[in-house]
Design a binder for this molecule. Structure first.
Ligand code: NI
Ligand code: MN
Length: 225
């Protein structure tokens, strides 16, 4: 499984020969100007919630690639109405896709579309694929519900928001890492705009002091599991 950071909360995942994008917000991110969305491949686009900084490029990329949207029912319906195919899910539900199993799990956040219309309830994804399991938390507060995840899934990597203000910050993300029983964390949802700028060295040190590894990737960089 190869995971590429595309800036903010955007990820590209390559697993079992399948290309997956998560929450593509690239053309609106001045820090991601080196990424060309025309060049991105996406058999599927996973969408955690309907906020602009998670869906901005979904329509263009999906239409260009014929991608299928995996998200909550309301978001999938929104894209169905634009002529884009999707697979609707809701919290607690799991489905076996050709690249692995996806479970849509709780997140504490909100989920309106940019025009204010209802975007369902926000979520995160647990993906079990190719003998590697990951958790993409989406935008969320620290929540006790995270303790449910390791009851079923032994995680190899968790992707957690760390930018604070709109989501968990560093201290809560460290507690989340305990809840999900995963010490290997890829941070996201930081630095993109003023409210969520972080001190990288301090953040990594705080994780390190708890025996945990916080990875912060440059935009376009990847890790392989
Ligand atoms: Ni959000
Ligand atoms: Mn966000």
């Amino acid at each position: 499984m190869k995971i590429t950071f595309l800036g903010h909360a955007s990820l590209a995942i390559h697993v079992q020969g399948i290309d997956i994008l998560v929450d593509p917000f690239i053309t609106g991110n001045s820090k991601a100007s080196n990424i060309n969305i025309e060049a991105l491949k996406a058999d599927y686009i996973l969408v955690t919630h309907a906020h602009q900084d998670h869906i901005l490029d979904v329509e263009a990329i999906a239409k260009h690639n014929g991608s299928k949207i995996i998200s909550n029912y309301e978001i999938v319906t929104h894209y169905n109405n634009l002529g884009i195919e999707g697979h609707p899910m809701n919290h607690g539900g799991q489905w076996d896709f050709d690249f692995g199993t996806v479970k849509y799990v709780n997140a504490i956040h909100t989920s309106s579309f940019p025009d204010g219309s209802y975007g369902g309830q926000p979520g995160g994804f647990v993906i079990e694929g190719e003998h590697k399991n990951i958790y993409i938390a989406g935008d969320t507060a620290l929540t006790f519900d995270m303790k449910l995840i390791p009851m079923q899934t032994k995680l190899d990597l968790a992707i957690l928001p760390i930018g604070d203000n709109f989501t968990m910050g560093i201290e809560d993300a460290i507690i989340a890492s305990d809840f999900i029983e995963c010490d290997k964390i890829l941070g996201y949802h930081y630095d993109t705009f003023g409210y969520i700028e972080i001190d990288h060295d301090a953040a990594k040190r705080k994780f390190f002091e708890k025996g945990k590894d916080l990875m912060l990737l440059d935009i376009g960089a990847f890790i392989e599991l």
